[in-house]
Design a protein around this ligand. Structure first.
Ligand code: IFM
Length: 437
């Protein structure tokens, strides 16, 4: 690596992230069915119809995985809690095995001096709630607060930090407008409802954790830099709207008490009744904001109904996901978020990384380069005055990349999905050197 720990302040936190459904093995420990189980069981939704039944079997191998995280020199570990593992019916009686698992997992982090950074929801909605409309139903804010209390009542005393929901754009737009993720809807009304309810659920969850006396609570949003694909004013306008839907909608709700006018123009006929009155709930005071960043997009205008844009191919080198590598975007979002929205609130990079078609003995130079250039962009933002407090690599392990199955490898540690053997990649070893004290 071309950075080292001593380039950063003493209290700067390096961490790696995973999420429950992507690594745990959802068939173990009495977890209830999630909408990812039914989505994956529907032909055509997921590559080879793969699901999270076994995943990395982290449920049984978490000690080994946390040993590897600690040996990398990390300060913290960002994980998520599965709603359906804790409350198999989504509400009501908790699954004792689920609560015990997260209890053991958190203690195992603390035993290794890894600060637990939790996310409550990383996309696996219990099916009994999906049957009631899931994120389209306004009651989800109350259901989510019940889940928040159920899990945090058990482990909240040992959290370093908690965010309610990972990547609201994915829960809302990707899953209800683009239909790429569960529940696979392609409907503007469903998307407008889900995008608003994800915000109200965030607010209720923060309230529930404050009621438990918890602090260091934040939110985690994802960002994509939108380049107009050509020099026309139409492409500039299309890119601006892409930025509105992706980047400005959720920050506006959380920090400005409003959604951006260009998005609301398209959403107004489809928003849930009374949405304008919810900003008091949505804008609960936060202690930090997390930014997940991977790539940029090239945007063109498109015929047809709002939003009337489409993606075009871009010229930069791409990862296994087909995503262009654009570290300047990370610098942009850190400085822009700080200046326009959070104005001094601590920021964290809560995910960044790349997928590659790795084998255990791959030289891994592409990932080392990706990490170097993105960490440098974050450091530059700090030097420019952004209060960045930590940087999280996605991901600790190769894992279930949702609709793309197990083929896209984001891990610092290679996982053989036949034998479940873990093999640290060259990027892992480079980080061990960079993060040494
Ligand atoms: O694997 C995902 C993760 O679940 C959320 N953020 C982006 C990652 C890579 O696509």
């Amino acid at each position: 690596m071309n950075f080292k720990r001593s380039d950063f302040p003493e209290d700067f936190l390096f961490s790696a992230a995973t999420s429950s459904y992507q690594i745990e093995g959802h068939s173990f420990g009495g977890a209830g069915l999630t909408h990812w189980d039914t989505f994956a069981a529907t032909p055509g939704n997921v590559v080879r119809a793969e699901n999270g039944d076994i995943a990395c079997d982290h449920y049984h191998r978490y000690e080994e995985d946390l040993d590897l995280a600690a040996a990398m020199g990390l300060d913290a570990y960002r994980f998520s809690t599965s709603w359906a593992r804790v409350l198999p019916e989504g509400r009501g009686t908790p699954n004792p095995e689920g609560l015990d698992f997260y209890d053991r997992l958190v203690d195992a982090m603390l035993a290794r001096n890894l600060k637990p950074m939790a996310t409550l929801y990383h996309w696996e909605l219990p099916v009994p709630l999906a049957d009631l409309g899931g994120w389209r139903n306004p009651d989800i804010a109350h259901w989510f607060a019940e889940f928040t209390t159920a899990i945090m009542d058990r482990i909240g005393d040992r959290m370093f930090s908690v965010a309610p929901i990972n990547e609201p754009w994915c829960v809302g737009w990707l899953s209800h407008f683009l239909g790429h993720h569960a529940p696979g809807l392609r409907d503007i009304r469903a998307a407008a409802h889900a995008m608003h309810h994800v915000m109200t659920a965030h607010g209720r969850s923060i309230q529930a954790m404050r009621a438990l006396g918890m602090d260091n609570l934040g939110a985690v949003c994802n960002f994509e830099y939108a380049h107009p694909a050509n020099d026309t004013p139409e492409a500039a306008q299309a890119a601006r709207l892409y930025d509105g839907v992706y980047n400005r909608f959720f920050l506006g709700g959380l920090f400005k008490g409003e959604y951006p006018a260009d998005v609301i123009e398209g959403f107004t006929p489809h928003m849930p009744k009374g949405w304008e009155k919810d900003f008091g709930l949505i804008g609960q005071p936060l202690d930090w904001l997390g930014l997940n960043y991977y790539t940029c997009k090239r945007i063109l205008p498109d015929d047809g109904p709002w939003p009337g844009y489409k993606e075009a191919d871009g010229p930069l080198p791409k990862t296994q996901m087909g995503w262009e590598i654009y570290p300047d975007g990370l610098h942009h979002f850190l400085t822009w978020t700080h200046e326009e929205y959070t104005k001094g609130l601590p920021l964290y990079v809560t995910e960044s990384g790349m997928a590659n078609a790795d084998t255990p003995d791959h030289p891994d130079q592409e990932r080392i380069d990706y990490l170097n250039t993105h960490v440098a962009a974050a450091k530059q933002a700090m030097d420019d005055g952004v209060p960045l407090k930590g940087y999280t690599f996605w991901s600790l392990l190769d894992n279930y990349e949702w609709a793309l199955g197990y083929e896209k490898r984001f891990g610092l540690i290679h996982v053989d999905f036949e034998t479940l053997e873990r093999t640290p990649k060259a990027s892992y070893h480079a980080l061990v050197k960079a993060l040494a004290r």
